[in-house]
Ligand binder design. Structure first.
Ligand SMILES: *Cc1c(COP(=O)(O)O)cnc(C)c1O
Length: 397
C-alpha cells in the first residue's frame, strides 16, 4: 500500500508528540506538571454552554448552510465592527470547524506548486505543514529575540519574490507572545501594500493582550490592505471553547466564496450546536473574557519573575497570548547523568524525564535555544511547577 507523496512532506504536530510522551509518563503514575498546554484551563462560559444545551433541546441539530448560519455570521460582523473597526458583510464571512480548519481552507484555495508563503519563525506549528500539504513552499523568516521576535519590515521586503503568494501573520503570537502593534504594524503594511501578496492574519489571541496595549487588525489600517487580507479568528481561545470547533474568516467575497466551495465538498457545516454557542459567546461573553484575561495577566507576571530567578534562563515579558518563550541558551553544553544538553529538545526531554515538567522545545516552532511554557494552569500549579523546574535545572552542570 502506497500513500500519496504529500504525506512524506509533513510530520505529526510536535506539540502533540510532547503531550503524548507526558501522558504516557502520567499513566505510569509519574506526576507531571504540564506547561505544554495550548488551551485555556477555564471552562466555557455559561452563556455559551447554555445556548449549546438549548440548541440540542430545541432540535437545532440538523445541517446548517455549509458556510455557517446567518445568526453566527451576523454576530461575527457585529464583533468585527465593534471590536476591530472592520466593516464586513455577511457574504464576506465563513465559519469553519476551528480556526485551524479556516487556515486549511485558505491554503487549499490559494496555494499550489511553485508558490512561496512567508512564515515568520518562531511560528505556530501548523503553518509550514499546511503550506506543504498544498504543494507550496514555506519561506521561513527567522526573527530575532532582540527584535521581540517581530519580523522587521526589511526582513519582509527581502523575503518577497515574484513567487510569493501570501504572508502569514500571527499576533499576539503562539509561541512567543509578541504582537505587531502601532508603528510596526503600519511599517509592515507599507511593504505589503505594494506587493501582490495575500495577507493571512491569524488573530486568535487578540483578547490576550496586556499592559494596556490594544490589538489592531492589519485589515483595519486601510481599505486597500483590507482587500488583500483574510482575517482569521475563532472562539477557541477567547471563550475557552477549543472542543467546540468554531473558527471564522472575514475577507473579500470571492475569497470567502472559494473557501465555501472547498468546505461544502469536505466538511460541510461546522456543528450546528457549536454555532449557537459561538454566537451566544460573541454576543454575551465579554465579562468572561475580562475575568480570564485578568487572571492570565497575574500568571504572566508570576512566571516571568520566577523564570528569571533560575540560572541559565532569561525570560522577557511577553505582550500577549498565554505563553512565555524563555531563552535557555545559557544551559547549552551542560549535562546530568546520561543527559547531554545541546539543543532545546534535549533540555525539554531532560525536564520531562528528570524533573517531571512538560514544556515544548523551540525547535518545534522553528528555532533552537528557547522553550515554550504555557501559563494556562492555576497559580498553584505554576508555583509548584516552577519550583520543580528550578530544582531540575540546578542539577545540570
Ligand atoms: C489554537 C490556535 C489556532 C486554532 O485554533 P482552533 O481551535 O482551530 O480554532 C490557530 N492559530 C494559532 C496560532 C493557535 O494557537
Amino acid at each position: 500500500m502506497k500513500f500519496a507523496k504529500r504525506l512524506q512532506q509533513i510530520k505529526p504536530s510536535p506539540t502533540m508528540a510532547m503531550a503524548a510522551k507526558a501522558k504516557a509518563m502520567l499513566a505510569k503514575g509519574i506526576p507531571i506538571t504540564d506547561f505544554g498546554l495550548g488551551e485555556p484551563d477555564f471552562n466555557t462560559p455559561d452563556v455559551a454552554a447554555e445556548a449549546g444545551i438549548r440548541a440540542i433541546q430545541q432540535g437545532f441539530t440538523k445541517y446548517t448552510p455549509p458556510s455557517g448560519t446567518e445568526e453566527l455570521k451576523e454576530a461575527v460582523c457585529r464583533k468585527l465592527k465593534i471590536e476591530n473597526n472592520l466593516d464586513y458583510d455577511k457574504k464576506e464571512i465563513i465559519v469553519s470547524c476551528g480556526a485551524k480548519h479556516t487556515l486549511y481552507n485558505i491554503a487549499q484555495v490559494l496555494f499550489e506548486r511553485g508558490d512561496e508563503v512567508i512564515v515568520p519563525a518562531p511560528y505556530w506549528v501548523s503553518y509550514p505543514d499546511q503550506v506543504l500539504l498544498n504543494d507550496a513552499t514555506p519561506v521561513i523568516v527567522e526573527t530575532r529575540e532582540e527584535d521581540q521576535f517581530l519580523m522587521t519590515p526589511e526582513q519582509l521586503k527581502r523575503a518577497i519574490t515574484p513567487r510569493t503568494k501570501a504572508v502569514i501573520l500571527n499576533y499576539p503570537s503562539n509561541p512567543t507572545g509578541s504582537a505587531y502593534t502601532g508603528k510596526h504594524l503600519e511599517a509592515l503594511a507599507d511593504v505589503l501594500l505594494d506587493a501582490p501578496v495575500w495577507i493571512i492574519s491569524d488573530e486568535i489571541y487578540e483578547k490576550f493582550i496586556y499592559d494596556g496595549v490594544a490589538h489592531t487588525s492589519i485589515a483595519s489600517l486601510n481599505p486597500e490592505l483590507k482587500r488583500k487580507t483574510i482575517v482569521v479568528n475563532g472562539v477557541s481561545k477567547a471563550y475557552a471553547m477549543t472542543g467546540w470547533r468554531i473558527g471564522y474568516a472575514a475577507g473579500p467575497k470571492e475569497m470567502i466564496d472559494a473557501m465555501g466551495m472547498v468546505q461544502s465538498q469536505s466538511t460541510s457545516n461546522p456543528t450546528s450546536i457549536s454555532q449557537k454557542a459561538a454566537a451566544a459567546a460573541l454576543l454575551g461573553g465579554a465579562p468572561f473574557i475580562k475575568t480570564m484575561v485578568d487572571e492570565f495577566d497575574k500568571r504572566r507576571l508570576l512566571i516571568v519573575e520566577r523564570l528569571n530567578q533560575i540560572p541559565g534562563i532569561r525570560c522577557s515579558r511577553p505582550m500577549g497570548s498565554f505563553y512565555v518563550f524563555p531563552n535557555v541558551k545559557g544551559l547549552m553544553g551542560t549535562g546530568y547523568k546520561a543527559h547531554q544538553i545541546n539543543h532545546s529538545t534535549d533540555l525539554a526531554t531532560f525536564l520531562l524525564e528528570e524533573g517531571g515538567i512538560s514544556t515544548i522545545p523551540g525547535e518545534a516552532f522553528g528555532i533552537d535555544g528557547y522553550l515554550r511554557l504555557s501559563y494556562a494552569v492555576s497559580r498553584d500549579v505554576l508555583n509548584e511547577g516552577l519550583q520543580k523546574l528550578k530544582n531540575a535545572i540546578l542539577k545540570l552542570s
